[in-house]
Design a binder for this molecule. Structure first.
Ligand code: AMP
Length: 430
């Protein structure tokens, strides 16, 4: 099947061909004709399945030509990055039409966004907060919206947007087409879908809550304070050029970024405390291979479209098991393959169990390789660092900065026992 079999008009087909897409993906084959026919759609699609084009193309076609100045189609996304990406895709796919796509999200000045809306808008892509802001100031008219898309709806609920979404939906005309996309299904998602959608076509692209088969997944059981050393080793020994690393907190992302930089790895952090400019710069540097490791929190990484990202590392496991699916979905997008490595410390074992329960299978555990354990290069007084499992007296003598690596030879003793670690705290690497 080709795109021309889906009922798309020549202008859109041309844009798709210019993007280099030869055949529609599964979700595109199913969703495009249904959306063109005006149906509501509930799509369970993993990231990387081509879901953006699956709704953007038919929505653009239904919009036809520019009309008036208020948006007639609205796409809600959980994050700024995803909003920017969806809007960029819509602009790309709509390049041979005169339709006007605008994007609004927080964290940047609202002035250019307001000016854009005043100049006229057919398709609006927005995050909930800024949209409500502008609507309440009466700078945005939602009365013409005839099609509403909730993209990554599960993530929107995870991020606590449910009340905002309800308020926004309440501002839209009741007669409209609704499309909902979600990588995972919770009870909450089902309830939202039941309220929002009318006789939707349900599309399930991959097995529910399953991760892409093409992703090679591996778990390393490693002490918490050895994770960074193992990560440095994996990046170096595997000659990784591009790796997205997930931490749980913004602070953790900053700290790990500094530690990686201290080990000579080009790294940048991306999280909610970074300005929009800093985020865009970090993402640009990553995409252009100017940095090797992008260290991200869950929220910031959501929606990043980095094509053919080869490696994802869960430096810390997520508390919500569905987030594991989202995270590793960053790799193996649209036909490419990838690897997802999880560094699991003893206290994270219950989180690993939750993930395996969700996936309905256990993840392969890889043996720990031999890796160097080095003191942080930034430390004012370099510490001597024992090899994990070192006996008393095996300690290296203190060196001038930076301390040379000690070799990690066998699993940390704390792995063999869940009781207190047998290496005295003061001697453990910081
Ligand atoms: P998405 O799931 O919408 O984030 O898309 C994932 C990636 O697949 C994006 O980089 C798209 O540009 C790309 N893509 C979307 N549709 C196709 C297609 N039919 N063939 C090849 N790549 C595609």
């Amino acid at each position: 099947m080709s795109f021309s079999d889906l009922g798309l008009v020549p202008g859109l087909l041309r844009a798709v061909a210019e993007k280099g897409y030869a055949t529609p993906t599964t979700i595109q084959r199913q969703a495009i004709p249904a959306v063109l026919a005006g149906r509501d759609v509930l799509a369970g699609a993993q990231t990387g399945t081509g879901k953006t084009a699956a709704f953007v193309l038919p929505v653009l076609q239904r919009l036809g030509t520019p009309q008036g100045s208020a948006p007639r189609a609205l796409v809600l996304t959980p994050t700024r990055e995803l909003a920017a990406q969806v809007a960029a895709s819509a602009t790309d796919y709509g390049r041979h039409t005169a339709l006007r796509t605008r994007v609004i999200f927080g964290g940047v000045s609202e002035r250019p966004q307001i000016e854009g809306l005043r100049a006229g808008c057919d398709l609006l892509v927005a995050t909930p907060g800024r949209l409500l802001d502008l609507a309440q100031q009466r700078l945005l008219d939602l009365c013409q919206v005839r099609c509403c898309v909730l993209d990554e709806a599960d993530r929107m609920l995870d991020m606590g947007f449910i009340r905002d979404i309800r308020r926004i939906l309440g501002m839209l005309p009741p007669e409209r087409q609704n499309l909902m996309f979600s990588a995972t299904y919770s009870q909450e998602i089902r309830e939202l879908a039941a309220r929002l959608l009318r006789k939707p076509l349900a599309i399930e692209v991959a097995a529910r809550n399953a991760t892409a088969d093409r992703i090679e997944q591996q778990v390393y059981h490693v002490p918490k304070d050895h994770k960074r050393h193992l990560l440095v080793h994996l990046i170096g020994s595997g000659n990784w050029q591009q790796v997205l690393v997930f931490t749980r907190t913004k602070h953790g992302a900053n700290r790990l970024t500094e530690q990686l930089q201290g080990s000579g790895i080009r790294a940048a952090a991306i999280h909610g405390n970074k300005s929009q400019g800093a985020r865009v710069r970090a993402l640009g540097d990553f995409k252009e291979n100017r940095i090797t490791a992008l260290v991200a929190t869950e929220v910031a990484a959501r929606g990043l479209d980095i094509r053919e990202l080869p490696h994802v590392v869960n430096y810390e496991l997520p508390h919500v098991p569905e987030d594991y699916v989202h995270r590793i979905g960053r790799t193996a997008r649209a036909g490419s393959s990838g690897s997802a490595v999880s560094l699991v410390s003893a206290d994270e074992t219950p989180l690993l169990r939750d993930i395996e329960r969700l996936l309905q299978r256990s993840l392969p555990v890889a043996p720990l390789p031999t890796y160097a354990v080095s003191a942080p290069a930034r430390a004012a007084v370099p510490q001597s660092v024992p090899a994990a499992g070192a006996r008393r007296g095996d300690l290296h003598r203190p060196h001038r900065s930076p301390a040379p690596p000690a070799r990690h030879r066998r699993p940390h003793p704390s792995l063999r026992s869940s009781s207190a670690p047998s290496i005295p705290r003061a001697r453990r690497p910081v």
